[in-house]
Each structure stands twice: as C-alpha cells, then as structure tokens.
Design a binder for this molecule. Structure first.
Ligand code: NAD
Ligand code: GLY
Length: 357
C-alpha cells in the first residue's frame, strides 16, 4: 500500500488536513484521534452504509458510535433530513462535545455538515467522501446546506470539517454514471485555474474512465489542491471562490427545473460549463477543447429539452446575483476565469439557442 498523501486547507485556527489514500477505512488511519468527545454520529445513507459503515466503525473502537441512514438521493437534500439528524443527536443525548461524521457522497456531506453547523450552534464535523464528486469537490471547503423547492442549496451555512478522509478504494463500488459526474468537477478545476492539468485530463480521460488507480489518485489530489488554495484565500466567497461555480448558474437552474435528482449534479454542471464557455469571449479552439473533453468524459454537452423561459427565471435565484443582476463565471482562456456581468441579454439568448433551447 502506498503512503497516503496529505494536503492542508489553511484557515488559521480552523485549518484541517485532507488525507488521500487507499485502504484508509480498512484501518490504515487513526480516525479516533481526530474526534471531539467520547461519542459521534455517523450520517450515511441506505446505499453507502451497507458498504462502508462497518469498516468506519472499526476505526472508532473507543467511541460510542451512533448512526443514521438517510434515504438516497438529491430529492432528500431537505430540511426534513436535517431535522431527522438533529432528532438523532438529541435522542442520543449528545452534547456540544460530539462529532458528526458524513459517510457518503455530496448529498450526505452537505446535509450532515449543515446539521452539524446547526446543532447546539455548531459541533465538530468530519467528511468521509465516497463519490468521486465528493472527493474532488464537495467535501472540501465547508459549504453545507440543503435545497429549497425554488432553488438549489438556498439554505445553508459555512461550517468547515476538522478532517477530510478520502479512501480512494471506495470508488470501486461507484456506478459508472456517478464516476462520470465526478469528472465534471475535475474538468472544472482544470478549466478555471490550471491549463496544464486540463491538458493532462485530455491525455488521461480514458484512463480515468477505466478507473486507473494512479490516474484517479492524481485527479483527486490535484483537484483538492486547487480547491484548498481557493478556499484558503476566500473562505466565504467574498471574491474568487465564486470561480468554483463555473457553469453552476446554468446547472443549478437545470436541476431545479427538471426536479432534483433527475439529472445528476455533475451532468448539469457539464452542460452548464458548455453554456458558460459559449457565453465567454474565448478564442477557438479553446472552447471546442472544453466541449470535446466533456463529451469524451461521457457527459452531456447540451441541457435537457426544457422551457427556456422557465430556465432563465430559475437562474435569477443564483446566489451570485447582486443588485438583481446575474453574474457569471466566464473564461479568458483555459486556466483563466473571472466573474463577469459583461454579457447582454441577446448574447444570453444566443447561448440558449445554441444549446437547443
Ligand atoms: P450523491 O451524494 O447523491 O451520490 C451519488 C450516488 O452514489 C448516490 O446514490 C450514493 O448513495 C451513491 N454512492 C456514494 N458513494 C458510493 C460508493 N462508494 N459506492 C456506491 N455508491 C455510492 O451525489 P454526489 O455527486 O456525490 O454529490 C452531489 C451533491 O453535492 C449535490 O447536492 C451538489 O449540490 C453537492 N455539491 C456540494 C458542493 C459543496 O461545496 N458543498 C460542491 C459540489 C457539489
Ligand atoms: N463548489 C463550489 C464551492 O465550494 O465553492
């Protein structure tokens, strides 16, 4: 077994490590030493718990381990799920010195993190991400929350974990469609900030789809490095953290209009990135290369057929809106993104038309 790799999210007193490696849930990591208190609550779901809860518990021999398994899916990313976690914390008589551990994908991580942020005004939180998307993106950075029927992730809080433990072996059981969805966020990291990584992805996309362990480990490590740097510089999205939302103004509206869970988040991000590239004043062949890489990853390059007016209206709920004006993450080139309001409604209409809407 190769040594795990460690990165740091540098946030002063709230700094934390990201540990990346194989076999970490099988006992190759001392998880107990990162817990606060004598008990903890593991939040997972009905799919992931049967696969990995037992191994996780083995890593916590000296703790009282409570657990709750949520229903699986984006449509359960709701306040009701948060309440069920808090009910569990209360009925287990846990206090402020407890730790909430999220074991699962981005949905479980976002819900569990928000419950940890709310319970007793904030208790310790650990992320154990088990999807590629959660390992390269959602488990890092402390954005937690749930959906509102009128908008994605509208309810939430910044609540940093004290540890992100990435056992890359968990990807073995991940369905192919979910692996591809995770690749959308990997590609996003290359597009917004690292042209060299983007080129590496162009060369290695087939190896990633074939689950080559070294290729996946590199993609996860480089994505976490990029995200950790952005979050360390702008924890609460006062500025450049918004760049991580490339394609997401379109994506979140697609998810909301279709009904949460119909398309995977990563699929919506893929189509959203193509639309955001189209909205950018970027020279060819860069735009084509982005589209081609997304297609090569087996991801959609067009949004689903839907009412353009409804999609445009849903975009108004984007959290980047200021003074009623949409702000988009746009590209200067591959590896260089900026936040812009310099688009016209007619250009936006053209982007919709090019996307078949
Ligand atoms: P998900 O959590 O729904 O997981 C995808 C599916 O894979 C689920 O059915 C899950 O049960 C299953 N699964 C998880 N791990 C598995 C494993 N190892 N083997 C087999 N099945 C497994 O989806 P996701 O793509 O991980 O996360 C998407 C969510 O993340 C969205 O809600 C999105 O908004 C959020 N997100 C948050 C941030 C953030 O910064 N907080 C960033 C990006 C995305
Ligand atoms: N996924 C966007 C962010 O964490 O800021």
């Amino acid at each position: 077994m190769t040594e795990p790799r460690t990165l740091e999210v540098d946030l002063g007193a709230r700094s934390y490590p990201i540990i990346i490696g194989g076999g970490l849930l099988g006992g190759a990591f001392d998880l107990s030493s990162h817990l606060v208190g004598s008990d903890c609550l593991v939040v997972s779901n009905e799919t992931v718990a049967p696969l990995y809860l037992k191994s996780l518990k083995k890593n916590l021999p000296d703790r009282a381990v409570h657990s709750i398994n949520l229903k699986d899916g984006e449509s359960f990313k709701t306040m009701a799920s948060v309440e069920s976690i808090i009910d569990c914390l209360v009925s287990a008589h846990t206090n402020r010195d407890t730790t909430v551990i999220a074991l699962g994908g981005g949905v479980v991580g976002d819900i569990a993190g928000f419950a940890a942020a709310c319970y007793m005004r904030g208790v310790a939180f650990i992320q154990v991400p088990t999807t590629l998307l959660a390992q390269v993106d959602s488990s890092v950075g402390g954005k937690t929350g749930v959906n509102h029927p009128d908008g994605k992730n509208l309810i939430g809080a910044f609540h940093q974990p004290r540890l992100v433990l990435i056992d890359t072996d968990t990807l073995v059981t991940l369905p192919d469609r979910e692996l591809r969805a995770g690749l959308a966020e990997v590609i996003k990291h290359g597009v917004i900030s690292d042209a060299e990584f983007f080129e590496w992805l162009e060369v290695n996309i087939d190896a990633l789809l074939a689950r080559d362990a070294d290729a996946l480990a590199h993609a996860i490590h480089r994505s976490c490095e990029i995200k950790a740097a952005v979050v360390s510089a702008d924890e609460q999205e006062k500025g450049n953290r918004a760049l991580l939302n490339f394609g997401h103004t379109f994506a979140h509206a697609i998810e909301n209009c279709l009904g949460y869970g119909e398309w995977l988040h990563g699929e919506a991000v893929a189509a959203g990135m193509v639309m955001a590239t189209d909205l950018s004043d970027i020279e060819q062949p860069a735009g084509e290369r982005i589209r081609d890489l997304i297609a090569a990853a087996g991801l959609p390059v067009l949004p689903p057929a839907m009412d353009a007016k409804k999609l445009r209206a849903a975009m108004e709920m984007d959290k980047k809106v200021r003074a009623k004006r949409l702000r988009f993450v746009l590209l200067k080139s591959i590896g260089e993104a900026y936040i812009g309001t310099d688009y016209s409604e007619s250009l936006l209409n053209k982007v919709f038309q090019n996307a078949g809407l």
